[in-house]
Ligand binder design. Sequence first.
Ligand code: GLU
Ligand code: MG
Length: 450
Amino acid sequence: MSRTHNSEPLTPVAMTTIVTTDLIGVTRGRSFPTDELEHYQAAGCGWVPANSALTPQDIIASSNPWGAYGDLRLIPDLASRVTVSNGPDASAPALDFIHGDICETDGRPWAACPRTLLRNEVQRYHDELGLQITSAFEHEFNLTTDSAQAEHLAFSLEAQRQGAAFGGWLLSALRAGGAEPEMFLPEYGKHQYEITCRPTQGVAAADRAVNVREITREIARQMGLNLSFAPKTSEHAVCNGVHLHLSLHDLSGHPVLYDAGTANGLSTLGQHWAAGVLRYLPALCALTAPTPISYERLQPHHWSASYACLGQRNREASLRICPTMSLGGKSEAAQYNLEFRAMDATASPHLAMAAVLIAGRLGIEQRLALNAITDEVPDSLNEEQRQRRGIVALPASLTQALSHLRSSEALLEALPRALLDTYFAVKIEELALTQHLSPAELCEHYARLY
Ligand code: GLU
Ligand code: MG
């Protein structure tokens, strides 16, 4: 047998990863040589059902419905591909991934796939309500180095300068990855920043939230910085939220949330939608604020959310009517959007967005009346004033949120059984794994995980 000797130096093979962002908001996947993409297009790569039962602690929930059985495929959605190369570390391989949908081996959708759930819900808005969804996720995070760093003042130019090298690379990478970045800004907290991107349509908005997280992590990794999107990273830290901005359009692209004739600009359809979100909010929290640490954030005076209410320009309201500007010549209807604030980065963007949409749709279908409105800090109202408007407190813990979800027949019916069974198994295991941690230890633990 003759051997040919190749004297060419080896170069690393470029890899592309097919990913799924799972029920706990962790992006996972498998990689193949990029030049073999064609081979993976139709049938994707293998996937394992019990992967969906992983807790953030990296332990598979013991009572999950899948066990050691079954095989799935992760099918790439080629339009969702993200490629970012030539970042701050010139030797780092390109970040190249494609979002996938989890399917059975014969191509039927898998019931516990969060991206499929969101796609089905977006389709339902289209088919049954004649509506399209435009949305954007805003992300706050902490950025630190291992060495001591000066603590600059909130929103200051100094804080901006401390993050400027990172911010410049981040904006460039987000542009390259098609995420349409808007602003990089220093936030209220120490070493806290925020990144915002333009809204986009349907499932692509949740994909974009994943892209923002992964691209932000990639730039931090390449620059040797510590990054965390966790809701609270230390006991006295200002919290990191994820705010979901959302607007609805009819099928010809006309915005339908706005009506100039109402006091706060919210159309009748918008009122039903908001009433649905607020009605189901205590149960939704189990999916949008889904870890024990989330409840360190969902507290009064955190500018996050602690009561189920709508407010206009009120950052203590869980659902906020965002400001529109008469400056700049853009129509108010086109700017008008609602911001869902009871969310953080321990949630799966696809699952959380689907859940919010389901609640809003139920509000429209049931023609729910919107009473839970306040432009005051809801905490400052007395119990009687809150009761009169139907403003209820949000759950104080993940355990409470899960029990709201368990008793919400409408949400349980709208979510696939297999997904719910997996989700409850994961969350119960996660609670058991973290129950011994003090609030300070919880902060530190989740800061490392997210
Ligand atoms: N950091 C706040 C939160 O946890 C949000 C502050 C803001 O309004 O940007 O949601
Ligand atoms: Mg902010």
